[in-house]
Design a protein around this ligand. Structure first.
Ligand SMILES: *[C@@H]1O[C@H](CO)[C@@H](O)[C@H](O)[C@H]1NC(C)=O
Ligand SMILES: *[C@@H]1O[C@H](CO)[C@@H](O)[C@H](O)[C@H]1NC(C)=O
Length: 372
């Protein structure tokens, strides 16, 4: 993917390899970020890098043909990383190798993306859409307020919608009850028949299911398997929600919602997002600019917002691809963007669950918050 020729010349320094060696013991990914175009690395160097990558990610290939094929794709992804990072503007994010680096973007998309059913859902859901406009704190990070569980990993199952939904419910539940309880994605994957398990789904329908079911099990009671299994019915309904609301499609409303609690959102994932790494801010250089394009193919959880030292406003986004992706599982995405739909349509599909004893934030004007 990415229009890259498989045939290419990889050019970078030996120091780069020593840097990789130094980083092998660390939890973070290889920082393929610096290279010297004057030094050429041999094919053996590449093979060694691939072996280290295999070891680090505990990959198992069933045949030498398979391994050879994966090595080719790995090289193509490495070329993409080097190319992107060398051409990036200083303010652009970096990309790097991660656990997906032996897959083409098409293969990756097949498993992980287009797993959202939001368009038809909006017609059925009839949830109230709320405009939340007021003045809010200049930054919010729900991770520091004990309402966000650690990064989870959906594995090779297209269940992003379930992870986004549990994250939002964990958030509101912790806010209301002062207890952070990790909730079961597997129960949603197995039991929510209006969603399609590992094939696709929507967080709004997941909220609907939990409301109808009068609760959802905890992660501990109903742990994640990463595949669809038979719905277990004899489990506690540990956490409840009362309803959910859609956020009006404007950035001010999204800000208001995130100031209030962690919020589920859809996003259009492109290759440079899939390979995002580091602490930079994702600015979505290749995101659609046409506001009629509201396509999203992945669900995430917005857990805060802020402004960087250089003045770039961003969202703090929790993903469900494990801690090896992005910035320990998180990504900052630019906000206050000139695009009406936000970076890669992040403003378009947001929604959040409600819980009755929710304490209304001071400063919200009556009417603008409906029954929050
Ligand atoms: C939210 O506010 C915008 C701007 O004032 C308005 O155009 C839109 O119709 C409102 N949406 C809802 C759902 O109230
Ligand atoms: C929106 O843009 C993306 C990326 O450019 C494209 O893949 C998708 O087909 C577009 N969707 C629509 C409805 O035009």
């Amino acid at each position: 993917m990415g229009g890259l020729k498989v045939e290419f010349t990889i050019i970078f320094i030996l120091g780069f390899f020593s840097m990789i060696s130094l980083n092998l013991g660390q939890p973070n990914e290889y920082p393929i970020v610096d290279y010297d175009p004057d030094k050429i690395v041999s094919q053996e160097g590449l093979a060694l890098l691939f072996e280290r990558w295999i070891e680090k990610h505990e990959k198992v290939y069933t045949s030498s043909e398979e391994k050879e094929k994966r090595f080719k794709i790995f090289q193509s992804n490495l070329a993409y990383v080097i190319d992107w990072n060398s051409k990036r503007k200083p303010s652009d994010h970096r990309v790097g190798l991660n656990q997906f680096s032996d897959m083409s973007f098409d293969e990756f998309s097949e498993i992980y993306l287009s797993k959202l059913n939001l368009e038809e859902d909006i017609l059925e859901a009839r949830a109230e859409t709320v405009n939340l406009t007021c003045s809010y704190p200049s930054s919010v990070d729900w991770r520091n307020k004990g309402v966000v569980t650690p990064i989870k990993n959906q594995g090779s199952c297209g269940s992003c919608w379930a992870f986004s939904a549990t994250g939002a419910m964990e958030g509101i539940n912790a806010k209301v009850t002062k207890k952070l309880v990790s909730l079961s994605e597997q129960q949603l994957v197995d039991c929510d028949k209006k969603n399609n398990g590992c094939a696709s789904g929507s967080y709004d329908r997941a909220f609907q299911w939990v409301i109808k079911n009068k609760g959802i099990a905890t992660e501990a009671q109903y742990p994640y398997l990463g595949r669809k299994a038979t719905c277990r019915t004899k489990v506690n309904k540990a956490v409840t929600i009362d309803g959910y609301k859609r956020v009006a499609r404007n950035e001010k409303s999204l800000l208001g919602a995130v100031a209030q609690q962690p919020v589920s959102a859809g996003i259009l994932v492109l290759k440079d997002f899939a390979m995002f790494r580091g602490s930079g801010i994702y600015k979505g250089r290749n995101c659609p600019t046409n506001s009629y394009n509201t396509t999203a193919n992945h669900a995430v959880l917005i857990v805060g917002y802020g402004t960087s030292k250089d003045g770039t406003d961003y969202w703090i986004v929790k993903n469900s691809w494990g801690t090896k992706w992005g910035n320990s599982g998180y990504v900052k995405i630019a906000r206050n963007h000139k695009l009406r739909n936000g970076v890669c349509n992040i403003n378009v599909w947001a929604s959040f669950p409600t819980k009755r004893t929710h304490i209304q934030r001071k400063g919200l004007t009556e009417g603008s918050v409906a029954s929050l």
